[in-house]
Design a protein around this ligand. Structure first.
Ligand SMILES: C[S@@+](CC[C@H](N)C(=O)[O-])C[C@H]1O[C@@H](n2cnc3c(N)ncnc32)[C@H](O)[C@@H]1O
Length: 276
């Protein structure tokens, strides 16, 4: 029998190449996952024994991480806003930056009917519906596999009666009106894809990261149609790349929107546009 502390040393050493300064923290998370423990509890119990099957499972997940698979995909979950979301290789790993959109929506709300375009794991729509118990919403995605994850997340959060999901290409085939249209579309320009870390490039769905070309085509599709889907006094909130405020604002003006406000994230970078 080996001890948890021995596994920690082995895991930390192996993860060093991929995770550098984070290797000890990541080894602890993965060991916690294998042992069904909270990491904080594990830290104080490392003199316990670990069974052979759990040792093997730990070595397996460390191998996965050494192949640059993101921790959230390995343990199958990620905390976003106030909630825990199931994460698989079929969806974008929800990013803390995207919480800027939730904050903004909560400042401007409440909204009763919400459309989330490119819903992925459903993290945006489901966080908002959890905060607004009277709201209902529709999440659209072109990926059926992503929608399966979003549906599962709705069930896990106990709000599948208020969240619907639909396969589709942005706004195509939608006719009803929404108080809030919110989206974190793929926006990385094709030329910038090679600058991404292996962890992102090799493991996250390309369709969630880039619309190819100059990175702006999703904004063009969305802003061409969104006006017809907005209720009177409706609002659009779009996540943008840190250097895209000017280009996406221009697209909004071309599509007859009159007011565009830039929202910065906690790192003081342009992160979202509020369009009315
Ligand atoms: C950046 S991810 C955002 C996922 C999630 N909303 C989030 O913030 O974590 C973009 C999402 O848009 C979806 N997508 C890409 N092209 C699309 C299209 N033409 N129509 C609808 N959704 C699309 C992708 O499948 C992906 O789930």
């Amino acid at each position: 029998m080996a001890l948890l502390s021995q596994m920690m040393i082995l895991g930390t050493e192996r993860l060093n190449e991929v995770s550098g300064n984070n290797s000890e923290r990541e080894a602890l998370i993965l060991l916690g996952y294998v042992m069904d423990h909270q990491t904080s509890l594990l830290q104080y119990n490392l003199d316990k024994e670990i069974s052979t099957s759990k040792q093997n499972l730990f070595k397996y997940v460390v191998d996965k991480r050494c192949q640059y698979q993101p921790i959230s995909q390995i343990i199958g979950k990620r905390y976003f806003w106030n909630y825990q979301f199931l994460v698989t290789p079929d969806v974008l790993d929800p990013r803390p930056d995207t919480e800027t959109l939730i904050e903004q929506a909560l400042v401007m709300g409440p909204f009763k009917r919400i459309l989330d375009l490119g819903t992925g794991s459903g993290c945006i729509l489901l966080s908002l519906l959890s905060e607004y118990p009277l709201a209902t919403g529709l999440g659209v995605d072109v990926s059926e596999k992503a929608l399966n994850v979003a549906n599962e997340n709705a069930s896990l959060l106990g709000i599948n009666d208020r969240a619907q999901f639909r396969i589709g290409n942005w706004c195509e085939g939608l006719f009803e009106k929404f108080d809030l249209i919110i989206s974190n579309p793929p926006y990385i320009a094709e030329v910038d894809m090679n600058n991404l870390s292996k962890e992102v490039l090799d493991w996250e769905p390309r369709i969630a990261l880039t619309p190819e070309g100059d990175g702006l085509s999703a904004y063009k599709s969305i802003l061409t149609s969104a006006g017809q889907l907005m209720s009177q006094d409706g609002t659009i909130i779009l996540e943008i790349g840190f250097d895209q405020a000017e280009s996406v604002t221009a697209i909004a003006y071309e599509n007859n929107f009159h007011t565009v406000r830039i929202i910065k994230d906690i790192n003081d970078k342009d992160r979202a546009l509020v369009i009315t």
